[in-house]
Design a protein around this ligand. Structure first.
Ligand SMILES: *Cc1c(COP(=O)(O)O)cnc(C)c1O
Length: 428
């Protein structure tokens, strides 16, 4: 499969090159040249397929012959060794839990898949790839875990000192091996800026790549969740709607890809916190990216969502067409806390702030579409946002085993303050 750049100035590349490059030379995001709907029989019999078989059917056209089928099946198997349950909140609203992976955030799936693709591509050359990533929390942990001990790949993670939760910091800094954490004296934007500078710096002798959702190997496997949910909900015979708590809009964009492949999804709701660039665009047709604002659902504090351009491409850059199957609503922190309480009182279900924003998206949509059946994506386990959850719900969250296992480990991080120090590290 070939991929073109959405800036249309670079030439098309293979799946492999798109994964290794991350972003095209003209700074555009890669997009698949063809999207072929799956056979109707597949949807009619989806309940007879295992998650691994479904994933293979869904992803294979996007890779073509660039990874042998048996290898691809193995990659999928290693990526998906946990569950994706749908849990009932009320008659019309369900939660799709994406947090049963090793770092308890949905990003585990994309990070693991991308890591194993890179490993496969690098197996016959000695040229190591360095994954350089800035994180405000969840991405770093998922990438560190997904790439741990993967051959041919070094990972360097920059995170803002004192700005990530204790659990998130442990997930970044305790693994060792091929994972290095750099603790930056600054905020997330400083980390991001340093990473961008490094990508453009010709004096760095390493092959650098990114591991955020602009990379197709992290973005595309996110299609799987929507199929796994459909498999569990098929017999409901109702219009299926997904509400996706969105920051960079990679997850929801993967959902729209799933719909393109033929998955019967009636509508998408992109639920955001007060970072409302997309909800505003749907209202007045003006796309005005803004600096991000800090919220309690901080993995979605994004003022200029990088994947929105892919969503526009999927709707032929036609706003009216987009609006027919896509809505977007924004919610404040107060509304989010109230929703967390409501969900708990209603179903004794502990939602994290991101899931609660997704729940609010469902409620808003159902106001005018009472026949729909809405599933919100629960993108992180509540333990990842422990302070907010325990304070809002006045309870203690049980710490899951995979988190307990890292809490006693010692943090190892190199402190840096300037780009010069990052460069020194990368050149050492
Ligand atoms: C990354 C993240 C999101 C946002 O996903 P996008 O694909 O960037 O829209 C939502 N919730 C959590 C917990 C996340 O870590």
């Amino acid at each position: 499969m070939n991929y073109y750049s959405l800036h249309h100035k670079s030439s098309k590349v293979s799946f492999r090159d798109a994964v290794v490059n991350g972003i095209a030379l003209d700074r555009g995001l890669y997009f698949p040249e063809n999207i072929t709907p799956l056979n109707i029989d597949f949807f009619n019999h989806i309940e007879y397929f295992s998650n691994e078989e479904i994933a293979f059917e869904v992803i294979k056209q996007f890779i073509g012959d660039e990874i042998p089928q048996t290898t691809l099946k193995n990659i999928i198997k290693e990526t998906l060794d946990f569950d994706f349950p749908v849990v009932k909140i009320d008659e019309s609203i369900n939660s799709l839990e994406l947090f049963h992976g090793p770092t308890m955030a949905f990003k585990d799936v994309g990070a693991r898949f991308m890591a194993r693709c890179l490993e496969e591509f690098n197996k016959n050359n000695n040229n190591k790839v360095t994954v350089l990533v800035a994180t405000s929390g969840d991405t770093g942990g998922a990438v560190a875990n997904g790439f741990l001990s993967v051959k041919g790949v070094d990972v360097v993670i920059l995170y803002p000192s004192g700005k990530v939760s204790d659990i998130q910091e442990k997930q970044l800094t305790t693994l060792g091996q091929n994972i290095t954490a750099l603790e930056v004296d600054g905020v997330f934007d400083d980390c991001q800026e340093m990473v961008k500078t490094a990508f453009l710096d010709a004096e760095i002798p390493r092959t650098l790549t990114s591991a955020n959702s602009i990379n197709i190997a992290r973005w595309l496997p996110q299609m799987f969740y929507f199929f796994f949910a459909y498999k569990q909900l098929k017999n409901k015979h109702k219009d299926l709607v997904f509400s996706v708590p969105s920051g960079n809009f990679g997850n929801i964009c993967a959902g729209i890809m799933a719909q393109k492949l033929g998955l019967p999804i009636k509508h998408f709701v992109a639920a955001t916190n007060v970072n409302d660039t997309v909800p505003n665009y749907l209202k007045d047709g003006k796309y005005n990216p803004k600096p991000s604002k800090a919220t309690i659902s901080n993995a979605m504090d994004v003022g200029n969502p990088s994947n929105f351009i892919r969503i526009q491409e999927l709707f032929n850059n036609d706003l009216e067409q987009l609006k027919k199957s896509f809505s977007s609503y924004s919610f404040t922190d107060d509304e989010t806390r109230k929703a967390m309480k409501e969900i708990y009182n209603k179903a004794k279900y502990i939602a994290d702030p991101h899931g609660a924003v997704g729940y609010l998206g469902c409620k808003e949509y159902l106001k005018n579409n009472s026949d729909a059946f809405c599933v919100f994506l629960e993108t992180a386990h509540p333990v990842k946002f422990l302070d907010v959850v325990e304070e809002t719900l006045k309870l203690k969250v049980t710490i899951p085993l995979q988190i307990q296992a890292i809490l006693h480990k010692d943090k190892v991080a190199n402190k840096i303050k300037t780009y010069k120090e990052l460069k020194l590290y990368l050149n050492s």
